[in-house]
Design a protein around this ligand. Structure first.
Ligand code: NAD
Length: 403
């Protein structure tokens, strides 16, 4: 048992960081540790709800809450600051608000958009990676629709979505629900709207069965979405996307262009650690990084391997796993402070749901496939559970999704 008060520093208040801190404040006494949480915003945002803001079905304010609301200020000092450098050997983190030293560090700096160096993507496409970018995507669509009334240019009613991963498909599901309303408000015929989703792989959402994927495709196509599967986007420009079909480049034109085809962990990871790929570092099974048993990397900056040896693959970076990683990190910190052996992380996969707007979806929950209304219901349960797990009943009562 250690009687020295250890300095624990947690970087980032996404799902992983906030889960760590809210669990730590339950497990540790003020005498045991001095806990500091650093995050660039004063608020936490529900990154899995951003597609709703981007499509206009949720105000961005509804998907955020003040971090101060969920941290116990008797035990945790919250500092709004931007991390600029991690010096792991000198045990110091630099921020735009000064330096912070640590005994134990939890790096949970989250994700950012990744354009894979595709020419023009950063410049011409909107993304869905923060409340600000989601609002911008929505404003862009709305601006172009309003513009159509004077331009009568059909490209102003054309929307291109790059990538049919979870974010792309959930965004499309929300769009087909909100765009008819937007059209009505501006006297536009919805039949004139063209939504095209370009996906490099020949199939989408490979983690689901063909039946579930087909349900999503049918749902979206019936509402006007056109899929271009097996088609890679090779550039973005002021006209839209340039795609490659049968080795031939083609320009697809649209005024609204949204890139949902890539995320990576924070760029600070490459600057701070070795062996980082796309902002993610492979962690040991106790969630620490190699050679540093006092530094944990969790959430979207971590590659947590499923299995061992050459068949091992990283788990996908989901909110569900990020929250479990946060709780496990807190437990391991407590064990290490007590002088006990840390425990390996074991993922408890409760299932995944991909929403298709507010009334439909596809998913696998407790090993059972679901689609339609039950999936939409489960998605709301999952979203409400996430706020409850971090902020308890009080937060769930204000931010939960109760239909
Ligand atoms: P993703 O990487 O999972 O999907 C991106 C898609 O874009 C892929 O299908 C890929 O083939 C395609 N793509 C990549 N480059 C392309 C190109 N040049 N041209 C055309 N298509 C291209 O990204 P995501 O959807 O943002 O998801 C990120 C992570 O977050 C994943 O692990 C996902 O499981 C998770 N997530 C989960 C949920 C949920 O559980 N409901 C929701 C959102 C995100």
């Amino acid at each position: 048992m250690s009687f020295e008060r250890k300095k624990i520093l947690v970087l980032g208040a996404g799902y992983a960081g906030l889960s760590t801190v809210t669990k730590l404040q339950k497990l540790l006494s003020v005498q045991e540790a001095d806990i500091t949480l650093i995050n660039k915003n004063e608020y936490h945002y529900e990154s899995t709800w951003l597609h709703e803001t981007a499509a206009g079905s949720m105000n961005w304010e509804d998907g955020v809450y003040p971090i101060a609301k969920v941290v116990d200020n008797m035990k945790v000092r919250f500092v709004p600051a931007e991390v600029t450098k991690i010096d792991r050997d000198n045990k110091v983190v630099q921020t735009n608000q000064g330096e912070f030293d640590f005994d134990i560090l939890v790096v949970s700096l989250g994700f950012e958009s990744e354009s894979f160096g595709i020419e023009g993507m950063d410049e011409y496409a909107e993304t869905i990676v923060s409340p600000q970018s989601a609002v911008k995507a929505r404003e862009e669509i709305e601006k172009n629709f309003i513009n159509y009334k004077t331009s009568q240019d059909k490209r102003d009613l054309a929307i291109l979505v790059g990538g049919a991963g979870f974010t792309g498909v959930e965004f499309l599901g929300e769009l087909v629900e909100t765009l008819p309303e937007l059209c009505k408000a501006h006297g536009i015929d919805y039949n004139d709207v063209k939504i095209t989703c370009v996906e490099a792989m020949p199939t989408m959402l490979p983690m689901f069965s063909d039946e579930l994927t087909q349900h999503a495709v049918d749902f979206l196509e019936k509402r006007g979405v056109e899929f271009m599967l097996g088609t890679a986007i090779v550039a973005a420009n002021d006209k839209g996307f340039v795609v490659k079909v049968n080795d031939q480049e083609q320009q697809i034109e649209a005024s609204s262009v949204i890139w949902t085809a890539g995320v990576r962990g924070s760029k600070l990871m490459e600057e701070s650690f070795e062996g980082v790929k796309r902002g993610r570092i492979v962690v040991n099974n106790d969630l620490t990084i190699d050679g540093y048993d006092n530094i944990y990397a969790i959430g979207d900056v971590a590659a947590v391997m499923n299995g061992t040896g050459k068949d091992a693959r990283p788990y996908p970076t989901t909110a569900q796993i990020a929250m479990q990683l946060g709780e496990h990190t807190a437990k391991n910190i407590k064990l290490s402070l007590d002088g006990d052996k840390k425990e390996p992380f074991v993922y408890d996969d409760k299932g995944t749901v991909c929403s298709l707007g507010s009334k439909d979806g596809i998913g696998v929950v407790m090993g059972k496939e679901i689609k339609g209304k039950p999936a939409a219901f489960m998605k709301k349960v999952i979203d409400t559970r996430a706020v409850f797990k971090i902020g308890g009943l009080a937060l769930a009562a204000t931010k939960g999704k109760f239909m």
